[in-house]
Write a protein that binds this ligand. Structure first.
Ligand code: KG4
Ligand code: ZN
Length: 360
């Protein structure tokens, strides 16, 4: 990057209210207010509750991010905000907050695609060069992207139904484990036997890089019910074994499909490949370890951003906003919220919707 840019980022597309200030590739502050407790009784994110909580917390998140960064609005070059995809009420809350700030300060406003924020994170954290292959894997998304430029993405495959984070969360509910399900299952699985239950690996033997996780979730329900019929309930060991089996299946699917995505990437871009992961599920230790081992065997650079920049945050939005601004592309106060906004506009829309809303 040439010119110094200091950007305020705002993120509110799902269940985290976040604000951050980023100067070039330095994260001056990154504030995230989670909403897990607000949704805990409902078994998933309730869009209306999420939107109200964002509206209440956004001002505080911005104020805190500015204070922690030690900057005033006069020090900023622009305000970047997630304009989609995501839950419409939350995205609107963020966009309205950013518009208010832009109108009051006269700063440029930049609408950022949330997925671009995740996809560009390896450049923020590790300054890797384009192009690279990315696995974006979260509660609402699962796709392989070739990232050729800040605004050029080619989707080489992804889920045809649930996202893995959604499957982790639903499986945790099935097993009586707390939300968010990913960390709960990872922790339970540490003491489990992954071989005790034979669980499917949907689409693993089909060609291509598409994935499916809904059949695995149904298989988990059956496996749990068979234990309950036999014993009248689940012991902690049953929970651990089921968790280990489930996590093992996800590791196998993501690893094998990454192998194929890398082969497709190599066919299109025959340089030494870099492979990066992002999204909340990329926080999972065994998934990271397996993908790292795969890359080591294929002489491929492996980049995994630190966990707090893998999950939803506003630093990635500020950074993606800076990339647009460097390219001379900013929005004005007519910016609108887009609940569906695929990164690769040529890609066919994905099927279905989950707890996190539309999948792009
Ligand atoms: O990227 P993220 O913060 O939000 C979006 O979905 O955009 O990802 C949240 C998802 C949740 O489904 C959560 O269960 C999952 O990431 N997750 C994990 C882990 N930590 C968070 N999944 C597996 N293992 C983890 N350690
Ligand atoms: Zn996300």
């Amino acid at each position: 990057m040439t010119q110094d840019l200091t950007i305020l980022g705002i993120e509110s597309s799902c269940d985290d209210t976040a604000a951050a200030v980023v100067r070039n590739t330095v994260v001056l502050s990154s504030v995230v207010y989670g909403q897990t407790a607000l949704h805990a009784d409902f078994g998933g994110v309730v869009p209306e509750i999420a939107a109200r909580a964002h509206a209440e917390k956004l001002d505080h998140a911005v104020e805190q991010a500015m204070a922690e960064a030690g900057v005033s609005f006069a020090d900023l070059d622009a305000i970047a905000v997630t304009a989609g995809p995501g839950l419409i009420g939350g995205v609107l809350s963020g966009v309205m907050c950013a518009k208010g700030l832009a109108a009051a300060t006269g700063l440029p406003l930049i609408g950022v695609n949330h997925l671009a924020g995740h996809a560009l994170t390896p450049r923020l954290t590790d300054q890797i060069t384009f192009p690279y292959l990315m696995l974006l894997v979260s509660g609402g998304h699962c796709q392989f992207l070739i990232v050729a430029a800040h605004d050029r993405y080619h989707r080489v495959g992804g889920t045809i139904d649930d996202a893995p984070g959604e499957a982790f969360d639903k499986t945790a509910r099935i097993l009586g484990l707390p939300q968010p399900g990913g960390p709960a299952i990872e922790s339970a699985a540490r003491h489990g036997d992954p071989k005790r239950f034979a669980l499917p690996r949907p689409l693993l033997n089909q060609p291509g890089c598409d994935m499916s996780f809904s059949g695995l979730k149904t298989a988990m329900l059956r496996a749990r019910d068979s234990v309950i019929v036999e014993k009248g309930g689940l012991t902690p060991q049953d929970q651990a074994d089921l968790s280990a089996g489930f996590q093992g299946a996800i590791v196998d699917i993501l690893t094998e499909k990454t192998r194929r995505a890398l082969a497709e990437y190599m066919a299109l871009t025959p340089t030494k490949p870099s492979f990066a992961i992002a999204g909340g599920v990329a926080a999972n230790g065994p998934i990271r370890a397996s993908l790292m081992a795969l890359c080591a065997g294929l002489d491929t650079d492996f980049i995994a951003p630190p966990l707090h920049l893998c999950t939803d945050n506003a630093a990635m939005i500020a950074y993606a906003g800076a990339a647009r601004m460097h390219a001379g592309s900013v929005d004005d106060l007519t910016l609108s919220a887009r609940p569906r906004w695929p990164l690769d506009d040529r890609a066919a829309p994905m099927l279905g919707s989950g707890k996190k809303g539309a999948k792009a």
